[in-house]
Design a protein around this ligand. Sequence first.
Ligand code: CA
Ligand code: CA
Ligand code: CA
Length: 159
Amino acid sequence: MAWKVSSAWTAVGVAGVAAVLLGLDAIPAAAQSAQTMTKEQAVQLVFKRFDADGDGNISNAEFMKVGDQDFKAFDANKDGSVSKAEFLDPKPRRLGKVSDSDLAQAKKIWARQFEILDTDKNGALSDAEHEKAGKRSFTHMDQNNDGEITMAEMTAAAR
Ligand SMILES: [Ca+2]
Ligand SMILES: [Ca+2]
Ligand SMILES: [Ca+2]
């Protein structure tokens, strides 16, 4: 199956933890049809972003670090939490050129992600909520529980 992805696709991964948590198939829907790649190629791009030392495994520390960067990027007013408006802002996601309809579709997906991440339903993501989602996401992908996520594990999770 070919996935439609924009050239700035990796940047969509600024949603990092959130996107991965909900399955990577939520991401291409947000992208324009500038480029087409297979799911494996798409996963590889995301994987590379997390695997900072390039050893072919994503450690928990590597995973949480990207999540932390994403959280900071979203928190535009630096008040320590991510509001819905901040989460729906395409700017920190560096999407590049996206059509209005693609953006509208993406915003629907992000809004759904936000509802899931905002576990206490107060309309803002706290650092704790974000971290908890990250841990859940990591545990979900680390299928053999060895504390590392491999390319194969991430591919299997992206369904
Ligand atoms: Ca690594
Ligand atoms: Ca904020
Ligand atoms: Ca593993």
